[in-house]
Design a protein around this ligand. Structure first.
Ligand code: G3P
Length: 218
């Protein structure tokens, strides 16, 4: 399972990348706003740090303008993955970007299995079902991931399921159990995966006992 980090904060991306935890990055207009930088500068800097796909999102809602923005974003770096919304225009752009520009496309704002089916048929490299936002309205985001996995496996679609809007370590565990190809989560959630009280307790005990031996390694 690949880990993408869901942020446009360059400092946090650098830190996680140094830990070997970053297979890619996802950004969106809200995350660019939070970063305080321009989409061009921030995306270019992220692409210089991370080797894997870096999703940068178009903001146009019509095909022609989406294609123009996609061309601009694609020029920023070779590993820019163009993010388009799950609308009819976005799906049309997805197909065109995949076939004419030979670029990765992440189809975002997916909230149903039928939408994910459309994204796969449009040749998306990734589809982004938003788990947390589905939970927010009292439904079960994980059910959607399971449905998409089932449908994609039925037909051998190679679109990767990118479980997005993951807000908890449990979202990550459940996504892995179901077989999502990628999960994208904020830095704090990825870092929280390592935490276990018994690891801390065990390490404390080992270090205390080691100190009593009076030994040194090397
Ligand atoms: O990857 C999508 C993500 O940025 C949305 O997350 O927490 O705003 O629903 P959230």
């Amino acid at each position: 399972m690949k880990f993408f980090v869901d942020t446009a904060d360059v400092k946090e991306i650098r830190e996680l990348n140094d830990l070997g935890l970053v297979d890619g990055v996802t950004t969106n207009p809200s995350l660019i706003l939070k970063s305080g930088g321009s989409i061009a500068d921030v995306t270019k800097e992220i692409c210089s740090i991370v080797e894997g796909p870096v999703s940068a999102e178009v903001v146009a809602t019509e095909f022609k303008e989406m294609m123009r923005e996609a061309e601009t974003l694609a020029k920023l770096a070779d590993n820019v993955c163009i993010k388009v919304p799950l609308t009819l225009e976005g799906l049309k752009a997805c197909k065109a970007i995949r076939t004419q520009m030979d670029r990765m496309v992440n189809v975002t704002l997916c909230f149903s299995a039928n939408q994910a089916l459309l994204a796969a048929k449009a040749g998306a490299s990734f589809v982004s079902p938003f788990i947390g936002r589905i939970d927010d309205i009292g439904l079960d985001g994980m059910e959607l991931i399971a449905e998409i996995r089932h449908i994609y496996d039925n037909y051998g679609f190679d679109t990767e399921i990118l479980a997005a809007s993951a807000r908890t370590v449990n979202h990550i565990k459940q996504s892995a159990l179901i077989g999502a190809d990628v999960v994208t989560a904020p830095p704090a959630v990825l870092k929280a995966l390592v935490k276990h009280p018994l690891t801390d307790k065990g390490l404390e005990q080992f270090l205390a006992d080691w100190a009593k031996t009076g030994q040194k390694i090397g």
